[in-house]
Design a protein around this ligand. Structure first.
Ligand SMILES: C[S@@+](CC[C@H](N)C(=O)[O-])C[C@H]1O[C@@H](n2cnc3c(N)ncnc32)[C@H](O)[C@@H]1O
Length: 223
């Protein structure tokens, strides 16, 4: 079993690692062999959207995921506190400076197209009337935290933006792991995407967390 990074930050400012975070870690651990096979021999660009505390990105760095090859890790979050926490978590786990860059941006807006070999996203997936407005200042702490949780209609507004752009985010051999809750209706969404004939999608992990059922799906291009 791979070690879980130690995190210590103000969880009024960033999302505290929870069942969904740990499910993602378990999913990445169970995918080690698959990722080694898929991305072997390549310097990979790894991007986590919404690193929050930084636990998932640090887990990937400290355990050399996707493979023993060098990788570049990009952690992109709309919440400025998440960037601070990600750097802090990396440092606490001796991963600082290991090809990690943190970028404040909306989803992958500031990345070049088709450069990401491994994309990881635990999105704001809780159904809500709407996605909260992006706060104007770093000090609006409650609002940053709302953005970590609330995903608008069906909890899918933010995730849909990523799914709609997946073709221009991933490299030609890229792979994405995205987390859903049952209320996001992931089986309906993935069935629709499969119908296009462009995507190979697999359910990798699923787990009951309180009254919520969480799952992580793997997305690859259908070659
Ligand atoms: C559920 S939290 C996941 C945090 C962490 N990855 C984990 O698993 O513990 C969702 C994260 O997505 C970020 N986020 C929400 N909307 C975003 C957007 N439009 N662009 C980038 N990041 C966003 C939030 O700030 C938050 O850090």
């Amino acid at each position: 079993m791979l070690p879980t990074p130690y995190t210590k930050f103000d969880y009024d400012k960033v999302y505290e690692p929870s069942e969904d975070s740990f499910l993602l870690l378990d999913c990445l651990e169970s995918e080690l062999k698959f990722l080694d096979e898929k991305l072997k021999g390549k310097l990979s660009v790894v991007c986590e959207i919404g690193p929050g505390s930084g636990i998932v990105t640090t887990f990937m760095i400290q355990n050399s995921i996707p493979s023993l090859n060098s990788s570049i890790y990009l952690a992109v979050d709309i919440n400025p506190w998440a960037l601070e926490s990600t750097i802090d978590t990396a440092a606490r786990n001796n991963c600082k400076g290991r090809y990690l860059d943190t970028i404040q941006c909306n989803l992958t807006d500031s990345l070049k197209a088709n450069e990401v070999d491994l994309l990881v996203f635990n999105p704001p997936y809780v159904p809500a009337e709407e996605v909260p407005q992006i706060p104007e200042s770093k000090g609006e702490i409650d609002n940053w935290l709302d953005l970590a949780l609330l995903g608008g209609k069906d909890g899918m507004v933010i995730t849909n933006k990523v799914l709609e752009n997946l073709d221009s985010i991933l490299s030609s051999n890229g792979v994405a792991y995205i987390l859903f809750c049952a209320r996001n209706k992931p089986e309906v969404i993935t069935a629709e995407m499969k119908k296009t004939g462009n995507w190979k999608i697999e359910l990798v992990e699923t787990r009951k967390a309180g009254w919520e059922v969480l799952s992580v799906y793997r997305f690859e291009r259908q070659h």
